[in-house]
Design a protein around this ligand. Structure first.
Ligand SMILES: Nc1ncnc2c1ncn2[C@@H]1O[C@H](COP(=O)(O)OP(=O)(O)OP(=O)(O)O)[C@@H](O)[C@H]1O
Ligand SMILES: [Mg+2]
Length: 315
């Protein structure tokens, strides 16, 4: 969908490392080095892997690591790929340890070990492929595997300017007319993440289309975020329920099980999806005794409650 690296927006520091690897491979006529992309969900790891293959003019074999855990599946893929092909393993930390071992041996020795009978194994050469791994959890990888990735690229959250450019680019691609001010408003509520930004843009587009209109106006945007319950910091309804509960007794730490029981949100979702963002925004803190709301969190809840009260009173 994004044709070349010149269409990539943001993450300048990380992308510089990628471009150097790409240029060097082009100049030397070699395959790309093995690369590891790590960082938050929705920040462009999959997109960059596809872009790498496209820029090199090679085939990409994309697999979710979980499905490579069946015996022989990873070997099969490694045997099937051709010289310079990209094997993209998404969520690479989900590979079980024996599969991680197969992978790092293949990355280094360009061969895999096959069993000829019960007691005997032999080595089989494979083509000179590039492994790109993507993960949200780099330190879940075995250290020998992590060390075999020659280029490691961290993906951080995007600033509002970059997100607004991504929104603008996507809007043109899907044929929506959107004013710069609205692109910035969407960017502000997108939690630093292109996936959120694109989702909110598409939601605004649906809203405008439901009214039979081609252009997304500020009113469409405001009604969309109201409908989707996304507040001005990008907090969703679930985020809001968690911080609202923590403000009931602000100084008292709340345990995960209590939060789960009080809000009905599964503890894994609280722990892995909701909390990291709320902590990053400085709205809550995690202490050994439980979760507590910060001063900033209290101010945010108060300001959103005031906005709601005012809008109810005036409607
Ligand atoms: N820098 C960017 N420029 C333009 N579009 C981007 C950029 N980064 C991400 N996107 C777009 O945002 C969406 C999410 O990106 P992508 O799927 O690559 O994220 P990811 O890091 O692989 O997420 P996950 O960890 O969940 O797999 C895609 O539609 C992608 O095209
Ligand atoms: Mg991905």
């Amino acid at each position: 969908m994004i044709p070349t690296i010149s269409h990539w927006i943001g993450q300048e520091q990380a992308i510089r490392r990628f471009k150097v690897a790409l240029e060097a491979s082009w100049n030397d006529g070699t395959k790309l080095p093995h690369m590891l992309f790590y960082g938050c969900p929705g920040t462009g790891k999959t997109m960059l892997a596809h872009l790498a293959a496209k820029e090199m003019g090679v085939k990409i074999h994309e697999r979710l690591a979980q499905v490579m855990n069946f015996p022989g599946t990873l070997n099969g893929l490694l045997m099937q790929a051709q010289d310079k092909d990209v094997i993209f393993l998404d969520e690479v930390h989900e590979l079980v340890h024996p599969a991680q071992t197969v992978l790092y041996r293949a990355m280094e020795g360009q061969q895999i070990s096959l069993r000829s009978n019960v007691n005997d194994t032999y080595n089989m050469p494979i083509k000179d492929v590039t492994i790109i791994g993507a993960t949200t959890d780099e330190y879940h990888l075995l250290s020998p595997l992590r060390q075999r990735f020659k280029v490691v690229i961290p993906f951080s959250l995007y600033d509002v300017t970059s997100l607004a450019k991504i929104i603008d680019q996507r809007a043109r691609l899907i044929g929506i007319d959107i004013h710069q001010d609205i692109a910035i408003q969407i960017a502000i509520r997108s939690r630093g993440t292109p996936r959120f930004a694109i989702r909110l843009l598409e939601s605004c587009q649906r809203y405008a289309r439901s009214k039979g209109e081609e252009i997304v106006t500020m009113q469409h945007f405001e009604e969309t975020v109201d409908m989707d319950c996304i507040d001005e910091l990008g907090l969703t309804l679930d985020d809001q329920r968690i911080i609202n509960f923590l403000t009931i007794q602000p100084s008292k730490p709340v345990r995960l099980f209590t939060l789960e029981a009080a809000t009905g949100i599964h503890r894994r979702t609280i722990q892995e999806v909701i909390e990291p963002f709320l902590i990053r925004m400085g709205l809550i803190e995690r202490t050994p005794q439980g979760r507590v709301i910060t001063e900033q969190g209290i101010r945010h809840v108060e300001s959103t409650t005031q906005v709601e009260t005012v809008s109810k009173a005036t409607s």
